[in-house]
Write a protein that binds this ligand. Structure first.
Ligand SMILES: [Zn+2]
Length: 75
């Protein structure tokens, strides 16, 4: 019943058509998405076990399964 003419102009906040230039990296253990990487970046993911000597550049934690994930940037 209320004409929605004036409110239409305020609804232009949908950022459609914008390409999401990122790749999603998932936990090797549970597939949970832990981090995004740039489209031109290639990374290696590795689940860090205790005493693991795998040499990573970055370390993060999976919020889902709590595993420690090592990240290595290759490119
Ligand atoms: Zn996980």
């Amino acid at each position: 019943m209320i004409p929605s003419v004036g409110s239409e102009t305020n609804k232009k906040k949908k950022s459609r058509g914008h390409k999401y230039q990122r790749k999603r990296l998932r936990c090797p253990k549970c597939e949970y998405r832990i981090i995004d990487e740039g489209i031109n970046t290639t990374s290696l993911l590795h689940v860090m076990e205790e005493g693991d000597s795998w040499d990573a550049d970055y370390y993060t934690k999976c919020h889902n399964c709590k595993s420690e994930i090592g990240l290595k940037k290759i490119e």
